[in-house]
Design a protein around this ligand. Structure first.
Ligand code: UDP
Length: 328
């Protein structure tokens, strides 16, 4: 039997490449479309690669006609909270305008299923923890606003054109499927875990903690870290759900546990056995103090179960990959 195709936008990136690996393991052919602005060609290992931008609607249509994907997974986005505050133009252009171009190509090609990588950043400063899906949406940075806008666009496209969507609201992606030689590698790097690992490897002189005066037990921000293969599993199960039930969903993806910046630094020191300098600097604009997600809805609706919920296991997998990729 011929393998079914799934078009993965941003499939050469960190989360996208892990989704491709998972899809291939399940017998699907991931077709990667990526502009390589953040992605890596060497992360594309499980299917064809097309270099292109979300803004190239005609190229997207051509690819969709050629490969006839049963669904689209859209992970091609700018993803740094801090950058979005200083460069909102880039974020709205890529994450909003680019996504609309993609959706319009889908409608033209009569492809009606999309898994969209949304974010917990749509909730803003949470009123209640753990955050449930019905929590008020009030993003406090442009990145979160771009994701929320697309969730609204998807509702309108469903009403008008019958497009079904699963929006997966990630908390913090972490770890790596290091046997596949894929992992977290952004340039420039802005994310906490790879930066702490860089400090442990001696690639940077010290790790900066962005604020230790938050209303949390040790004063540093708390986030909910989820292993990347658990995120990939959720993408696949969302796809199966869409095909089986034809119903749109909005789901949180997290581990329901929070770790502070200081706690993560300690976990990295324990796992690597390396010491490094830590510096307290100013708060980063756009950062809520504490984000922890309730993921009951994803578990019950998708029959999704995270496999790697221990933080040391998550960090160890990130370290294994990071060390191999970046050691000189
Ligand atoms: N952070 C930090 N130092 C860094 C990078 C990040 O203290 O060099 C903090 C950041 O302020 C946030 C947390 O680590 O509270 C996670 O940030 P990251 O950018 O990894 O993910 P985000 O939660 O913004 O998606």
């Amino acid at each position: 039997m011929q393998m079914k195709n799934i078009l993965v936008l941003g499939g050469a990136g960190y989360i996208g490449s892990h989704c491709c690996k998972y899809l291939a393991d399940q017998g699907y052919a991931p077709i990667v479309f990526d502009n390589l602005s953040q992605g890596h060609k060497d992360f594309v290992k499980w299917g064809p690669f097309i270099k292109g931008s979300l803004h190239e609607t005609d190229k997207l249509i051509k690819v969709m006609k050629e490969y006839e994907p049963v669904a689209v997974m859209h992970l091609a986005a700018f993803l740094s909270v801090g950058d979005s505050v200083t460069n909102p133009s880039g974020y709205y252009n890529n994450n909003v305008v680019g996504t609309i171009s993609l959706l319009d190509a889908m409608i033209k090609c009569d492809i009606k299923n999309i898994i969209f990588s949304s974010s917990c950043a749509i909730y803003g400063q949470p009123e209640t923890i753990p955050i449930q899906e019905f929590h008020e949406k009030s993003p406090i940075n442009p990145y979160g606003r771009t994701k929320l806008i697309i969730e609204h666009v998807l509702e309108d496209y469903e009403t008008a054109y019958g497009l079904k969507s699963v929006c997966l609201r990630y908390f913090n992606a972490a770890g790596a499927d290091y046997q596949s030689k894929i992992g977290e590698d952004h340039s420039p790097e802005t994310h906490l875990i790879p930066l702490i690992l860089d400090a442990a490897l001696g690639r940077i002189n010290c790790i900066e903690i962005f604020g230790d005066d938050y209303n949390t037990p040790d004063g540093t921000c708390i986030r909910d870290y989820l292993h990347i293969m658990d995120i990939a599993q959720a993408h696949f199960k969302s796809f199966e759900y869409l095909l089986a039930h034809g119903k749109s969903l909005r789901l949180n993806l997290g581990n329901e546990k929070g770790y502070s910046v200081k706690e993560l630094i300690q976990v990295v020191k324990d796992i690597t056995g390396n010491t490094f300098k830590v510096n307290i600097s100013a708060r980063r604009p756009g950062d809520p103090a504490k984000l922890i997600g309730s993921t009951q809805l994803a578990k019950t609706t998708l029959n999704w179960q995270p496999q790697y919920n221990a933080i040391d296991e998550i960090i160890r997998s990130a370290w294994e990959w990071h060390r191999k990729r970046f050691s000189v």
